[in-house]
Each structure stands twice: as C-alpha cells, then as structure tokens.
Design a protein around this ligand. Structure first.
Ligand code: SAH
Ligand code: SF4
Ligand code: F3S
Length: 470
C-alpha cells in the first residue's frame, strides 16, 4: 500500500538542523490524515520542518492504520527498513503513531525496541515533548493512555489543499461491529464542544479555507454526552453562519444515527454538500445481524427514502464488506441487489480481514476462500460501477459548479475539480484555471466515476451558480 497523503510543505530551510527535520507518512482514514496535520502543527511550533525525503530527516514518523491486516504489516515493515540507519545514526528518532501503535503497543516494544516512540491515538499532542525525551533514552517510549484528554488549539490548515480542511468533531466509537478493530484503537466516543469546533472553523476560514469536512468514526452520533439538543445539525447550522466557508460535509455516518433533525439540517443549509457516505456493509439481514450493525436492510432503505424525500438528487456513497465469515451466495446476492435497489453513486468494497481481538476473528471461522472473496469483490464493484455510470449519465448536457483542484493526475493537459455533490469533473486546461477557485463545467461525457466537459465560465473566488443549480 502506498502512503495516502502528502501535507503541504515549503522549501527546505538550510538553517533548520537535521534533528528538527521531520519526515511523515500517513496511512489509513481521514482521521489519521488530520491527526498527522495536528502533530505536524505542534512540531512546527517548536521549530520543526517537514521534509519529503526521509534521508534528510532526523525524525521519521509513521501514522498507522490497523483496519485490515495488510495495512498493519506494511507499516511495521516500512519502519523496519530504517533499522540499519538507526544503528549508524543513533540520534535518528523513529516513531510509530496512530492505530497500530495503540493496538500493538506491547508487542512492538518487544519486537522492535529500536523504535523510539510508540504513540497511540489519544496522546499525540505530547509528541514534541516525547521526542525530546526519546533523545536521551535507549528504550522505546510508550504513550498509549486512552483516557488522557487531547489538547490542541489549531491555528492553521496543513492539509494538501489550502482551501479544504478536515475538522475533528468526535473521536472513538461506541459501536460493537464484530469485525472492527476501530473501537479498540480509538477508544470510547468523545465529542468536542460545539463552540470549540465552530471557533476552529472560523480560524480556518480566516486562513483561507472554503470547504470543511467534519470527521468522526460515527460522525452523525456527534453530541452524545454533551447535553440535550446538541447534535451534528447544531454544527451544520453553525457553519451556515460562518463567512468564507462555502461548503461542508461530514464522514463517516452510521445508518442508526441518520435522524430526522439531521436530515432536515442537511436539506436546509445551503453550504452542506449534496453528498452522503453511508456505509451499509451488507444487503443481507442475517449478515448485518452477524456483523452487529444494529439495523436491517429495510431500516437502511427507509433511511435512504427519508433522505431522498428532502434531497431528491443526493449523491450516495457506501462501503461493503465481502467474505465475512459464513457469507453464503444468497447473502452475497442481497448485497448485489441492494446496489440496484438504492442506485448508489459510488462505493468501496473491502474483503473481510480478521483482526485479532475482534469478536468475529476470535469466535468465527474466516471460512470464505480468498478466491471467493476476490470474485465477490469484483462482482460488487462491477455493480457499483454500473450504478455509478447510470447516475453520472444524468449530468450529460448539464452544468456543474466545481472547486478547481489542479491538473489531473493522469493527464496534466486537463484540470480536475470537485462538484458540490462530491463528483469529480475534468476539463481541458484553460489559461485562467486557478486551484481553489470556483468554475462552471458543462458535461459532455461520463465514466462510472467522473464527469468530463468544458469550462463555460471564468474562475471565481465565490460560488458562481445559485444554490438550487449547484
Ligand atoms: N466508522 C466507519 C468506518 C470505519 S472503517 C463506519 O462505521 O462505517 C472503514 C471501512 O473499513 C468500514 O466501513 C468497513 O467497510 C471496512 N472494514 C472495517 N473493518 C474491516 C475488516 N475487519 N475487514 C474488512 N473491511 C473492514
Ligand atoms: Fe467500526 Fe462499526 Fe465503529 Fe464503524 S461503527 S468504526 S465499522 S465499530
Ligand atoms: Fe485505520 Fe485507525 Fe482509521 S484503524 S481506518 S487509521 S481509525
């Protein structure tokens, strides 16, 4: 797996000594990306600088993911590749942070004592101090307390795109999905107070951010234990009042918490994107029960119905797991039929990976052969592509408003941007394309994942089209 993220950086300042140059790789979900940015901000306040070549760095950090076995093993293997350098350069600091550090803390300290820092998901605000401590220490330092309050005041956005920022609204997960390691690595659900979050959004807006993504493992249960009336809808309505922010969305939602007042706020707020990622995991009631997802197919479908009543054109993305223990052909067919029935715009498919310590890994046999998992993965992706293509075809001849992101990765003569419903649009580069500005694209071709077209308007720092046609 390739690292999924690169943060913004500036030219290497030769005056910054090697001991203050940090190389950071990030694996896993958006939460991990944001945590890496927060760690980097803390380090920059102490005079550190981000570099893109590990050879130039005196501190090497990996923010890791445990969600599937491959991700976990890769991170540890990559860290092992620095073992020899650490021998030759004992002042080099190696740190493993995030979910693998939290999950495998003792095993890592034993298996890889040359890793200086093992920092879990709730203590990373101490990173700069822990690096100082590690400089005089020969043993691994563990910082993996789960109940220590994370304390950070965010002043700036270090994400790869200056106009977009992630904002954490809650951490941890109180659900008990039988396959999932996240409640172990991230702990119990804790929501941040709404005024703290909205202050952060105001500061980010002043720093040039136009679009924000609220993050939480079950982001739509936000507000639990904060008192009556506080929910994700409070935040959406709060953002509506913040000048400079033009778009906002949130990930990842759980079907159980898709409540009417949240759906109403999504429909009412012009800044909330016309997009929802709502993982279903399976279309079969018996599978959903074995996964302990706390809903059945009918409940999920009703949820979609309620969303479409208020937002008829909403873009829907989802996640599926294939090859969960005991998944029969009939059960799998129900996932395929759900794709048709809902008409998803897009979706991710994951092959079940037993994670030691979870209920399914400890009590159920991983009995679906790899070949069958692969075949089901392929079939389900095919169904999602068919569904996505049909949904995209509705845009032929229509215009969409995008925030321009930059030249397309596969073809630099074309530019890419994201529409308000999270669709990617691509157009031939124009002289006045500008990253972070709004543009209007007329669609003349589609694929399962992308809209293609021509720019029909000049760039603008503000939305161009009226809200109802964006
Ligand atoms: N909190 C989110 C997602 C967390 S993990 C939610 O509740 O939906 C992201 C995705 O990884 C999940 O939606 C699930 O599809 C997948 N996943 C989690 N554990 C897995 C496992 N053990 N094997 C395969 N896929 C898994
Ligand atoms: Fe994992 Fe389920 Fe929590 Fe999502 S809701 S993080 S899948 S336990
Ligand atoms: Fe992975 Fe941890 Fe996110 S396990 S998916 S990095 S919460």
């Amino acid at each position: 797996m390739k690292p999924t993220y690169s943060m913004q950086t500036v030219e290497v300042d030769e005056a910054v000594p090697k001991s203050r140059r940090v190389y950071f790789e990030v694996f896993g979900c958006q939460m991990n990306k944001l945590d890496a940015e927060l760690m980097l901000e803390g380090l920059m306040q102490r005079g550190y600088q981000l570099v893109h070549d590990p050879e130039e760095a005196g501190v090497i950090l990996y923010n890791t993911c445990s969600v599937r076995e491959r991700a976990e093993e890769r991170a540890v293997m990559r860290m092992t590749s620095f073992k020899r350098r650490k021998k030759e350069e004992p002042e080099l600091i190696l740190g493993l942070t995030g979910c693998v550090a939290q999950h495998k803390q003792e095993e890592l300290a034993e298996r890889a004592p040359w890793i200086d820092l093992i920092i879990g998901t709730r203590e990373f605000d101490r990173l700069p101090d822990l690096i100082d401590e590690a400089r005089g220490e020969s043993q691994s330092i563990l910082a993996t307390e789960m109940d220590s309050p994370l304390e950070f005041v965010r002043q700036r956005n270090l994400g790869p795109q200056p106009w977009h920022a992630f904002v954490s609204v809650m951490r941890g997960c109180d659900m008990v999905c039988t396959y999932c390691i996240v409640p172990t690595t991230r702990g119990k659900e804790v929501s941040r107070p709404p005024e703290v979050i909205l202050d952060e959004v105001r500061r980010l807006a002043a720093d040039g951010v136009q679009e924000i993504t609220f993050l939480g493992q079950t982001v739509n249960s936000y507000g639990k234990r904060l008192g009556a009336g506080v929910g994700l809808d409070t935040l959406l309505r709060g953002v509506e009042e913040i000048d400079g922010i033009h778009r906002c969305h949130f990930i990842t939602s759980h079907p159980r918490f898709m409540r009417p007042k949240l759906i109403q706020a999504m429909a009412d707020c012009s800044k909330v994107m016309n997009y929802l990622h709502l993982p279903v995991q399976s279309g079969s009631d018996s599978m959903l029960a074995r996964m302990k997802r706390t809903y059945d197919r009918d409940f999920y479908l009703k949820c979609i119905e309620r969303l479409r009543e208020k937002m008829p054109d909403i873009t829907l993305a989802t996640d599926f797991i294939v090859g969960f223990p005991g998944e029969t052909d009939e059960e799998f067919e129900e996932s395929l039929s759900l794709v048709k029935e809902v008409g998803f715009d897009s979706g991710y498919v994951f092959q079940y990976s037993p994670r030691p310590g979870t209920v399914s890994a400890d009590h159920l046999v991983d009995d679906i052969p790899l070949e069958v998992k692969k075949e089901r993965n392929h079939l389900l992706l095919d169904a999602l592509h068919t569904s996505g293509k049909a949904r995209n075809d509705r845009f032929l001849g229509r215009t969409v408003e995008v925030i321009a992101e930059g030249p397309s990765r596969t073809d630099p003569t074309r530019w890419a941007g994201r529409a308000r419903d999270h669709r990617i649009a691509i157009w031939p580069a124009c002289p006045d394309d500008k990253a972070g500005s709004f543009a209007v694209v007329k669609v003349n071709r589609t694929s399962a994942a992308t809209l293609f077209g021509e720019r029909v308007d000049g760039p603008s720092e503000k939305p161009i089209l009226p809200p109802e046609v964006r």
